[in-house]
Design a binder for this molecule. Structure first.
Ligand code: SAM
Ligand code: SF4
Length: 358
């Protein structure tokens, strides 16, 4: 990737489709989180307001063709995993087709991308066979509590049984590793951490606890209420011997073996032990905004590019694809070394987690 410059000096040629997405801190980007909708069947207190949410305009939501187009270029640039999220990704009526189209994409060396999904699980019993047939590789399912009254209070919907049915369907499928995610919350579910791990082990799944982040639409996050990684590990250590697992790479969760393994538990400690130095993730919101961090307040708008010109096979297609590639590179280039949650100047992004894509 070099070119002849003036006065005998050489300058790197501008990056093009097929070059890796490397930011100014040397991080190579391999994971694209694609939010498919900001709508949801639950209203988790740490994510969405009970009512009065300002939904994204329906006309701005990316179509299947638009998502596929961005995904193809991202894969050519070295993205190896697409994680579908939301809002609740299973609320997209074309979800099976989204998975099918994305699972057909390969990287530059011909290796197919991995298609993973983070879901509340509610629609899995009806959709999982079709999703697996379409090429879904991996599932993360959110489960914050095993108690029905708590679940109702926390999600403002009485749907624990539906989530548990979704987890059973996933456990019975061949998709592994299966991960269950819980946001640990003081005086809400912090007395259930051991029960949740035991439940996950019973279902052949890996439990992962997430430190609560300042991303709720109501902007009510309170650091003093947050359950920290250290507290989570202390609670679990009272029941099991935990040993740290090396080899985390770019994964958000640090992991520990339970009583020598093979079962493990993970903690995503975005607040008390940020892992920004190894972050390899980019995000695409349901309305076509590229983001280089969950906590970023800057977005890179793909909608005018996607909708401004060209159809997939028109003469303008190459120009359009180059513009999408350019926007991916601008987004990567603008990535800061780390988030600033722990800085007094931190500003919470305007979007809630459901509209960013967790
Ligand atoms: N609806 C799907 C689900 O709940 O799995 C996918 C979207 S949800 C936004 C993705 C993940 O983000 C979930 O595991 C959820 O628990 C997590 N999450 C949402 N708001 C959060 C917050 N303020 N802090 C930490 N995790 C959060
Ligand atoms: Fe919906 Fe997931 Fe947000 Fe809960 S965390 S409200 S399930 S998007």
């Amino acid at each position: 990737m070099s070119g002849a410059g003036s006065a005998g000096r050489t300058h790197p040629a501008p990056a093009t489709i097929g070059d890796p997405l490397i930011d100014t801190h040397g991080r190579v980007h391999r994971d694209l989180r694609i939010s498919l909708t900001d709508r949801c069947s639950l209203r988790c207190t740490y994510c969405m307001p009970e009512q009065g949410n300002e939904w994204l305009a329906k006309t701005s939501i990316l179509t299947l063709d638009e998502i596929e187009r961005v995904a193809r270029i991202a894969a050519a640039d070295g993205i190896t995993t697409f994680r579908l999220t939301g809002g609740e990704p299973l609320l997209r009526t074309d979800i099976v087709e989204v998975v099918r189209r994305l699972a057909r994409i390969s990287g530059p060396d011909g290796t197919p991308v991995e298609v993973a999904m983070t879901t509340n699980g509610i629609r899995l019993p009806e959709l999982l066979p079709a999703l697996i047939d379409a090429g879904l590789h991996r599932l993360n399912i959110s489960l914050d509590t095993l108690r029905r009254d708590r679940f109702h209070a926390l999600t403002r919907r009485d749907r624990l049984d539906d989530v548990l049915a979704g987890i059973t369907a996933a456990a019975e499928s061949g998709l592994r590793p299966l991960k269950l995610n819980a946001v640990a919350m003081r005086d809400v579910n912090d007395d259930e951490l051991v029960d949740l791990v035991a439940f996950a082990i019973d279902h052949g799944a890996q439990m992962r606890f997430i430190e609560q982040m300042p991303l709720d639409a109501g902007h009510t996050w309170d650091r003093s209420r947050m359950v920290t990684q250290d507290e989570i590990l202390a609670a679990l250590s009272a029941r099991w011997d935990l040993a740290p697992l090396p080899g985390r790479g770019g994964a958000p969760a640090a992991r520990w073996t339970i009583d020598g393994g093979p079962d493990t538990v993970g903690v995503i400690a975005s607040v008390t032990a940020p892992f920004c130095g190894d972050c390899d993730r980019l995000r695409l919101t349901a309305d076509g905004q590229l983001r280089n961090c969950l906590f970023s307040t800057t977005e890179y708008d793909l909608l005018p590019i996607l909708r401004g010109a060209g159809q997939p096979h028109s003469p303008g297609a190459e120009v359009l694809d180059a513009s999408i590639d350019g926007m991916l590179r601008s987004c990567v280039h603008g990535k800061l070394p780390g988030h600033a949650i722990n800085d007094p100047s931190f500003l919470q992004p305007a979007r809630g987690m459901n509209a960013i894509g967790g």
